[in-house]
Design a protein around this ligand. Structure first.
Ligand SMILES: [Zn+2]
Length: 468
């Protein structure tokens, strides 16, 4: 019987020192210093070197794939167990209480950009491998830490890596939450784009421009519309005020050079739960639908109102669906733009359940757009990711989690997006415990030292159980 917690405890000082040194490297994407062997810039290259040099000194076999990704490996056998981590971090942003790259240790926490996403969990998984290796435990499989360098941007790292290297038979990514994220919805980013702008000018009012939202995966919190035409300002102002009051929204209307400029403020939330936000663009388009517009403006508004407004489940599009693995389909209208020269664009972020018939949804989106003169363009499509509940990987990880924490383990499904989906049979496994504060990508990001040591013990036992 190995006391994994004790083995981690015995290496606590080294762990903290290594983690702090790792966090002090500013491994942020920097195209200005990119070169051969360092495609994402100097900082990320340094972070990668740190981990590779540490690993080589500890006796792991290493391989660097042109600076896109790398791995550290030990053990023997045909099969491969993968541990997928990343060393790149998002920019630090403002408002920190201490230098985001000093990795200050205060009250049992280490504060740094990347502390929980993903350098802390990466170091925990690294020490897990180190412990098994130092104890000289016999393995029947190889264990490989796959180190990504571009997780926060385009995942070019793993794409490059798996073009050249073998796919592990099983694996996990310590880059999210405990207990286990075993299923992720399919993700379809697309746009409806007006094929050609229509020059007809019937209608009382002309829509000159519309702008709302910048990112597909966020609910827009601002919208602006500019229109001109046969409108009574007092009347429209009173109607707009009433509309805003009724829906408890904030907005304003101003007139400049006989043009009416509408602003509306909604509430932004992440695109995976659009029902929790207030879509500023759709609310504004809904208000404008009371007027009769020129053909281009009219189509833009009717398409929104007929199929998107007030509906984050795909009811109006008749694509609503739900399953017992990942729950309901969600639809976020993240971007809406219109100009008289380029016409209209709707940027959509669709997340669909594992068992959903995606092809029929794609056909539906295509045909609805077509009715209004819009074509459907795919921006990104990630198919659903799912490891069956009775898979040995899940059983082993749940078992280890329960044993180490004394808590009941359970499976989580999400809207999509963990690093684990790069693996064929992979789940996200920690390192944030249930109820722990989540500060990834925010100011004062930290990792709790006791918790990350606990995670290291879980990873050590898990890797050993998977590879023994
Ligand atoms: Zn991450």
């Amino acid at each position: 019987m190995i006391n994994w917690k004790q083995e981690v405890e015995n290496r606590k000082e080294g762990f903290i020192e290594d983690l702090r040194s790792f966090l002090q490297i500013k491994s942020v994407l920097d195209p200005d210093t990119a070169k051969e062997g360092a495609p994402f810039g100097e900082g990320i290259r340094k972070g990668l070197d740190f981990l590779l040099e540490t690993g080589e000194a500890d006796g792991f076999r290493s391989k660097d794939l042109d600076g896109y990704a790398a791995h550290l490996e030990f053990g023997e056998g045909d099969e491969l167990v993968g541990v997928l981590c990343h060393i790149d971090v998002v920019p630090e942003g403002d408002g920190w209480s201490s230098d985001p790259f000093a990795a200050e240790l205060r009250d049992g926490k280490i504060y740094a950009r990347g502390a929980i996403d993903d350098k802390g969990p990466t170091m925990a998984a690294y020490y897990a491998m180190k412990i098994i290796n130092e104890l000289g435990l016999k393995l029947t499989k190889r264990v490989r830490m796959i180190i990504g360098t571009d997780e926060e941007s385009n995942w070019q790292c793993v794409k490059h890596y798996f073009k050249h290297e073998e796919m592990p038979t099983i694996g996990f990514a310590p880059d999210a939450d405990f207990p286990i994220i075993y299923a992720e919805k399919g993700l379809f980013d697309c746009e409806w784009r007006q094929v050609k702008s229509s020059e007809t000018n019937e209608g009382d009012v002309r829509l000159l421009s519309f702008q709302s939202g910048r990112r597909l995966n966020m609910v827009p919190d601002q919208a602006e519309a500019v229109l001109e035409g046969n409108v009574e300002i007092e009347e429209i102002a009173a109607e707009y005020k009433e509309y805003l009051n009724e829906l408890q929204l904030i907005g304003k209307l101003s007139v400049e050079n006989k043009r009416f400029i509408f602003h509306l403020e909604g509430q932004s939330v992440h695109g995976s739960a659009p029902e929790k936000g207030k879509n500023a663009g759709l609310f504004l388009l809904n208000f404008l639908s009371r007027y009769s517009f020129d053909q281009g403006g009219q189509n833009f508004i009717e398409l929104a109102n007929g199929y998107l407004t007030g509906d984050t489940e795909g009811n109006k599009l008749e694509i609503k669906d739900s399953d017992d693995i990942t729950g309901p389909l969600t639809l976020n209208t993240g971007i809406m733009t219109y100009t008289t020269t380029d016409g209209g664009i709707f940027g959509l972020n669709l997340r669909y359940p594992v068992k959903h018939d995606f092809e029929s949804t794609q056909r539906k989106l295509t045909s609805v757009g077509k009715q209004y003169g819009y074509e459907l363009n795919e921006i990104e499509h990630l198919t659903p990711h799912h490891v069956p509940k009775d898979h040995p990987l899940i059983k082993t990880l749940l078992n280890v989690y329960e044993k180490q924490t004394g808590e009941e383990g359970y499976l989580i499904s999400i809207g999509g997006g963990t690093y684990a989906r790069s693996l064929e049979a992979g789940v996200a496994f920690g390192a944030l415990f249930p109820g722990e504060e989540e500060l990834a990508h925010q100011k004062d990001e930290y990792v709790d030292v006791e918790n990350i040591l606990k995670a290291a013990a879980i990873y050590a036992e898990a890797i050993y159980e998977l590879a023994k």
